[in-house]
Design a protein around this ligand. Structure first.
Ligand SMILES: [Zn+2]
Length: 246
């Protein structure tokens, strides 16, 4: 399996060697880390060097922190290479309610989409309480290599997006989240990837999430789609490798 979205630079991961060992033992063959603050890049590089060829990185910025300075730092990172994609970037209407702040958020999102297209990098998109709006922005910018992570919008909107070639990563919270189960049921396996969003979106309430839990998400998707778990693994790995060009 490939965990396409994990925040391994999170301070809760003080036991990273064990976390990576458990991930391997659970059948995770690659992990794509995501940073949401350019300041995490130094730590991300340290983590990457712990297991090159196993760990990869996408770099973005938190859509709730609307600072020009952060955005500029993020652009600087893109010059340094070492990343397989841009993200997470996107819209967050759960935390950002003010109209003028939302306008600014969309402007940052649009310019990061343009950067991704310009540099031929895939986009990993955060869209909390803004699924429909985020998709509309992506369509209007002509984005094609898009992975919607932990999508909390309507399954119908997601289905239309898969028809344009967008991918959706189903988080391990699919074990208990009805909305994620609905998404997994409706979307074709050929448009799905697996993620943990570690340390959050845990399948086991109250516990820190980690990449080894990916198997729980894979099993749930297999159950929902009435296919073997091996089939879920085979297709989602192929999707991730092709999408990120790993
Ligand atoms: Zn995330």
């Amino acid at each position: 399996m490939i965990d396409v979205h994990a925040h391994l630079t999170d301070p809760s991961f003080k036991d990273l060697p064990e976390v990576l060992r458990r991930a391997r033992a659970a059948g995770v063959k690659k992990i794509i880390m995501s940073i949401t603050d350019p300041a995490e890049f130094v730590r991300a590089r340290e983590v990457l060097s712990m297991d090159p060829g196993y760990l990869y990185l996408t770099a973005g910025f938190d859509p709730t922190v609307l600072l020009e300075e952060k955005y500029n730092q993020f652009k600087e990172l893109l010059r340094l290479g070492d990343i397989v994609g841009i993200g997470e970037v996107g819209l967050d209407h759960f935390y950002v309610r003010d109209h003028s702040q939302r306008v600014l958020q969309e402007a940052f999102f649009r310019s990061s989409i343009r950067l991704a297209i310009e540099r031929d990098l895939p986009l990993v998109v955060h869209s909390r309480s803004a699924g429909h709006d985020a998709l509309e922005v992506l369509y209007s910018e002509g984005a094609e290599r898009v992975l919607m992570h932990a999508f909390d919008g309507k399954s119908g909107d997601a289905l239309s997006a898969t028809k344009r070639g967008f991918f959706f990563s189903i988080p391990t919270s699919v074990v208990h989240s009805e909305q994620k189960q609905k998404l997994a049921r409706l979307l074709p396996l050929g448009s799905l990837m697996l993620e943990t969003d570690s340390p959050v979106l845990t399948p086991v309430r109250g516990e820190r999430n980690e990449p080894a839990n990916l198997i729980l998400g894979a099993r749930k998707i297999a159950e929902i789609k009435h296919v073997k778990v091996e089939e879920v693994v085979r297709v989602t790995v192929a999707n991730a490798e092709r999408f990120f060009r790993l």
